[in-house]
Structures are given as structure tokens and as C-alpha cells.
Write a protein that binds this ligand. Structure first.
Ligand code: HEM
Ligand code: HEM
Length: 295
């Protein structure tokens, strides 16, 4: 049953993706109706809210091989403690999600499809909840999440999507030839990455959300990306922003948004890498001999 249900949910998410903002609106309406206190866990305006909803769907879409990604789901569960989520909230989120789907899909939301959604949500929630319970019982206090990860006024100040695109052209031109980080980009399409990264950041900067890719955690889960590599990448990004004629203060704000996604990507050891399919190897890039970190 599981394989069929996971596929049903994935197809359903692909279908609602074109109108995801509408479904997101229905979801939050139901959610805050069920528990008004959740407004404290989900603060912010519609841009923040939509992105969180899209992230949740992005994860539920990827459960085809749930058993392979359970490591990354455990880490995601741990991050949720820092977001103010509690285990008791899961049933409320699930109910709001089912009601929103029912509202949106009407008669297309068949009992078979509903059962599939319930199974998939429960499978994912179980792994997240177990990791949250473990963290809570260990008494490890997670750092409170910094909501300033999004900067809704930034896009206009940057000068619009076109400028974001140009910065990313400069950025990937350097990254694809960077002696250490280039290893990750071997065989990848630079043009497509420029477009996707631009769509992703435009949404985080308060613009329209045209990004239909996976969550950062999922995209990078087989890549052994360290904090040090992220600092190197950030320095290249900063240079690209300044080279495009933007100010220091814009660069700071841009990097702040970028850094909000680091916890979902950075790993402490190669064992934290999660493969997307059988036979896949983690991407590991050894620092080249004599590499100057301040180059
Ligand atoms: C199966 C259930 C859920 C899934 C798959 C899910 C997935 C996600 C994902 C992928 C993100 C993006 C950030 C990251 O990767 O760490 C996210 C963010 C978030 N989630 Fe969930 N989530 C679920 C349930 C919940 C519940 C029950 C709550 C609390 C009521 C919650 C609250 C949040 C909040 C507040 C954020 C935003 C963090 C920020 O400020 O960026 N989620 N969720
Ligand atoms: C050192 C750090 C990083 C490295 C080495 C890296 C590497 C990569 C690589 C190789 C891909 C292509 C994946 C594929 O096509 O299979 C990719 C995609 C992507 N990355 Fe990163 N990344 C890093 C950090 C980040 C950060 C911090 C963000 C978010 C701000 C981000 C956002 C994205 C997005 C949106 C995509 C496109 C996903 C898609 O194809 O749908 N990356 N990254």
C-alpha cells in the first residue's frame, strides 16, 4: 500500500503546485481556526507563511524512499524544536492540511486519496516526533529560530529579479571554477542553477514564488557540505553582489537570508549524508593541497 500511497500524494502535490498559494491560504485559515495560539509559531506575513507551507509539501512529496531519508527527517524534526513546534501540534497541522485539501480539491479528494495523505503524513510525522522527543528528553536546548531569515522588502531595494539573476550569473561563473567547491558542480547545468537559485532567493526576498524545486535540505542531503565550505561560498556570493554595484548593506542583508538556510544543509560528518537512491555515493570534496582559505 505504501508505495502506491506515496505516489498518489506526490502526484497530488505536483498537481496543486500550480495553485499552491491558494491551498496555503486555506491551510492557515483552518490551522488558526483550530488553534489560534499557533499564530505565535507561524508569525509573519503571507510570504513567510507560504514558504513554510511549500517546504512542508516539498518534504511530503519526497517520501517515495522514506526509509532512505529518515536521517534527514530526524534532523528536520530537531530543527522544529527550535521553531517552537511541539509534538502536540502535529495532529492539528494534519487536520488543517486535510481540511485545506478537501476545500481545494472538493470531490477529487476521494477517500482513497485522503487515506494516502494520512498515511504519508503519519509516516513522516512519526520520525520527526521521535527525534523531537529524544532531543527534549536529552535537555539540549535548541537555539531559537531567527525569523529574519526572510527579508520581504529586499527585492525592490536590490532592483528586482533581473539584478538577482545577474548576481547569480557572476556567482556561479566563479563557483563552477572554484578549486575546492567545483567538485559539487561537476556535470551540472550552470544555466539551470542560475535560474533556480534566482527563483528561490526572489521568493525569500519577498517577490513572487516561482520556485518549484525541492527544499534545500533535500537538494543537498547527499552532499557533505561543511561550515568552512559555506563560508567560502558566502565570500564568493558577497563579491558577486558588490561587483554588480550593490551596497555593503544590501550584501549583508542578502547573506543573512542565505545563512538562514545553512542549518538545513551543513553537516558535521559524512555520515550525516543521506542518499536519494540506492547506489548513490555522497559527494565529498577534499580541500585541495595548499588551498588558501582567504583567497
Ligand atoms: C509532517 C509534518 C511536517 C513537515 C514535513 C514539515 C516540514 C517543514 C520544512 C521542510 C520546513 C523548512 C525548514 C527546515 O527544513 O527545517 C519547515 C518549517 C517550519 N515548520 Fe514544519 N513541518 C511539519 C510539521 C510542522 C508542525 C507540526 C509545526 C508546528 C506547529 C511546524 C512548524 C514549522 C515552522 C514554524 C517552520 C518555519 C521555520 C522558519 O522560520 O523558517 N511544522 N517545516
Ligand atoms: C557550500 C554550500 C553549497 C553547495 C556546495 C551547494 C551545491 C549545490 C549543488 C551541487 C546543486 C545542484 C544540485 C543538483 O542539481 O543535483 C545545488 C542546488 C541548489 N542549491 Fe545549493 N549548495 C550550497 C549552498 C546552498 C544554500 C545556502 C542555498 C540556499 C540559500 C542553496 C540553494 C540551492 C538551490 C535553490 C538549488 C537548486 C535546487 C534545484 O535544482 O531544484 N544552496 N546546490
Amino acid at each position: 500500500m505504501k508505495v502506491k500511497n506515496r505516489l498518489l500524494v506526490k502526484t497530488c502535490i505536483d498537481e496543486i503546485n500550480k495553485d499552491v498559494e491558494k491551498v496555503s491560504q486555506l491551510f492557515y485559515r483552518e490551522l488558526f481556526h483550530l488553534d489560534i495560539h499557533l499564530k505565535n509559531v507561524f508569525p509573519g506575513n503571507v510570504v513567510f507563511l507560504n514558504r513554510k507551507f511549500i517546504n512542508m509539501l516539498g518534504t511530503l512529496k519526497n517520501v517515495k524512499h522514506l526509509e532512505n531519508i529518515s536521517n534527514s527527517l530526524e534532523k528536520m524534526g530537531e530543527r522544529h524544536v527550535g521553531y517552537g513546534a511541539e509534538i502536540k501540534h502535529f495532529p492539528t497541522v494534519k487536520t488543517a492540511l486535510l481540511l485545506a485539501l478537501k476545500d481545494y480539491l472538493a470531490e477529487k479528494f476521494s477517500p482513497e486519496l485522503e487515506a494516502a495523505w494520512i498515511e504519508v503524513f503519519d509516516d513522516v510525522a512519526k520520525i520527526m516526533e521521535q527525534a523531537m522527543a529524544k532531543l527534549e528528553s536529552s535537555g539540549t536546548v535548541q537555539q531559537a529560530h531567527d525569523e529574519t531569515g526572510y527579508d520581504v522588502g529586499l527585492l525592490d531595494e536590490i532592483g528586482g529579479e533581473e539584478v538577482v539573476f545577474k548576481v547569480h550569473q557572476r556567482f556561479y561563473d566563479v563557483l563552477f571554477d572554484e578549486p575546492w567547491l567545483e567538485k559539487f558542480f561537476f556535470g551540472k547545468s550552470k544555466e539551470s542553477l542560475i535560474i533556480k537559485q534566482t527563483q528561490f532567493m526572489v521568493a525569500a526576498f519577498g517577490g513572487q514564488n516561482n520556485y518549484t524545486g525541492d527544499t534545500p535540505a533535500f537538494v543537498h542531503m547527499h552532499m557533505f557540505i561543511t561550515e568552512e565550505m559555506s563560508e567560502v561560498r558566502a565570500r564568493i556570493l558577497r563579491k558577486a553582489i558588490l561587483a554588480e554595484g550593490l551596497s555593503e548593506s544590501i550584501a549583508e542583508r542578502w547573506l543573512k537570508v542565505d545563512k538562514a538556510f545553512w542549518p538545513a544543509i551543513i553537516k558535521k560528518s559524512v555520515d550525516e549524508c543521506v542518499m536519494k537512491c540506492q547506489g548513490q555515493l555522497p559527494i565529498v570534496a577534499k580541500k585541495p593541497l595548499g588551498y588558501d582559505i582567504n583567497r
